[in-house]
Design a protein around this ligand. Sequence first.
Ligand code: FE2
Ligand code: FE2
Length: 194
Amino acid sequence: MSIEYYMSVAKDKLGQKRYIHSVNVKNQALKLAEIYGCDKNKTEVAGLLHDISKDDNLEIQLQTIKNGGIILNNVEKNNPNLFHAIAGSAFVQTELGITDIDIINAIRYHTTARANMSLLEKIIYLADLTSDDRDYSDVNHLRKIVKNDLDLGMHYSLVYIIPDLVKRNLMLHHDTVSAYNEFCLDFVEDYNNG
Ligand SMILES: [Fe+2]
Ligand SMILES: [Fe+2]
């Protein structure tokens, strides 16, 4: 299917604000794909569709997850913010017929991250945090980092996000902790050697 088709699906399914965010994430992801040599077709589809289930109500998101044969673990069940990424990964398979596992995983892990992320998964995760519509205080700093080093960008993001989740009394997903440990390892080694 063409990107135009997926743009029309996204436009129909998402509210205006979310649609604009999705297009911005696609554009930012394409910039990173250019820098790091990632497949452009996969990047634009994953970027555009990463939040495709986010404007559905939570019951529909849960139904989409069920239709996709996915069983939520305890952390996921207790964290409705995580539903949309899992539902989105199921929706693109069951409703849009997408079979590319890298696109499916980039959508699924765009909120939690995980260990051993593919290039596309890192690009979508970081494009979501650095798209044009983002305006948190150090977004420009992260925008600079991701142009130079995706792993440093992942580490920087997780160092910011994990304490924020804890302060909000939200559970940490084991995939988020695994991602943090993996990206942290480089810095622990630097520290031990320094
Ligand atoms: Fe999202
Ligand atoms: Fe997003």
